[in-house]
Design a protein around this ligand. Structure first.
Ligand code: ATP
Ligand code: MG
Length: 299
């Protein structure tokens, strides 16, 4: 039995309800959730399955009407979607910190992935969408940003600050917190005094987290022999990862010819939207033909 069904009934009555098929069906729950109904707080006490189905139909109709009004309002006012407005907010926040936005290709080479040590033996390799034997859709922004770091390192000024916001692609098995196409923000700051790097990475992480409206978040540090120190940001009561950061000098720098110190962090915009709104499933926050701005289009 789903533990939250019949919040007001006694244990015995609950058991009876389940035995007599008087709880919502899985399909009904899915549909009501999709329509944004607060399923967990609806107290139901049906006498027959037919009565339950009738209540469901009435509730569905009411929710559809409400969602239609919200969608009409959204479309008629020429508003921006959550994803686009977060993108804009983050661009502004980073411009204020002196970061320049770059835009690099979505299609990258197998060689570039190899320089990230993502080869046949790496788990991420099998999540990559291959276009042909040499090209794929980027699973991360880092290879392109590493390439720019080398070009920018020939300049004299420091620090050098830049970021990209763009689509990344991964074959994923867990749909609740993963999209196969998602939007990554990756920022890089090069040429800092070595001893300040860790604090600076935290500072930048906090700037992005707070600009995204996230207040319940924590940093988690891990030290790995292969990837050096990583600093993740996790959010909400379920500690959902919203970002992963790294520091250079880094074990991968040699392959890219990088000798500068640097800090970098990659955020998933859909994860930021999901966690800052208190949601634990990512579906309606991403690029979709089923939702617009979190509003179900199955109405
Ligand atoms: P996870 O362990 O949650 O799958 P990850 O550690 O593989 O994530 P990273 O490579 O660190 O992900 O990517 C940086 C950020 O991009 C993550 O912290 C997350 O916010 C986001 N992200 C990664 N994969 C996805 C995905 N498939 N869908 C949505 N966001 C993602
Ligand atoms: Mg990570």
């Amino acid at each position: 039995m789903l533990p939250w069904q019949f919040p007001c009934l006694s244990q015995e009555k609950k058991r009876e309800a389940v035995l007599n098929d008087l709880t919502w069906t899985e399909t009904q729950i899915r549909r009501l959730k999709e329509l944004g109904a607060d399923v967990e707080n609806i107290s139901i006490d049906f006498s027959t399955p037919a009565r339950r189905n009738k209540v469901f139909q009435e509730l569905e109709k009411k929710q559809v009407k409400a969602k239609k009004a919200i969608l009409s309002d959204f479309l008629s006012q020429g508003k921006q979607s959550h994803l686009e407005s977060l993108r804009e907010t983050l661009c502004q926040a980073l411009h204020q910190q002196g970061f320049t936005q770059v835009t690099t290709p979505t299609i990258i080479t197998k060689t570039a992935l190899g320089k990230m040590t993502i080869d046949e033996d790496h788990p991420l390799f099998h999540q990559v969408y291959w276009i042909n034997q040499k090209l794929c859709l980027r699973p991360m922004l880092a290879p392109n940003l590493y390439s720019l770091m080398l070009d920018f390192s020939r300049l004299n000024h420091r620090p050098i600050r830049f970021f990209e916001i763009g689509s990344c692609f991964r074959k994923e098995s867990d749909g609740a917190r993963h999209n196969s196409e998602f939007t990554m923000l990756n920022l890089v700051e090069m040429g800092l005094p070595g001893e300040n790097r860790h604090d600076r990475l935290k500072e930048l992480g906090a700037i992005v987290a707070e600009a995204s409206g996230l207040d319940d978040y924590r940093f988690e540090r891990e030290d790995s022999k292969i990837y050096g120190t990583t600093l993740d940001i996790v959010a909400g009561p379920e500690n959902i990862e919203v970002a992963s950061g790294a520091l250079g000098p880094h074990p991968l720098d040699g392959a890219w010819g990088i000798t500068d110190t640097w800090v970098g962090m990659g955020f998933g915009l859909e994860r930021l939207l999901m966690t800052s709104s208190g949601d634990t499933t990512i579906g309606k926050w991403g690029k979709s033909l089923s939702y617009l701005n979190g509003i179900s289009l199955r109405i």
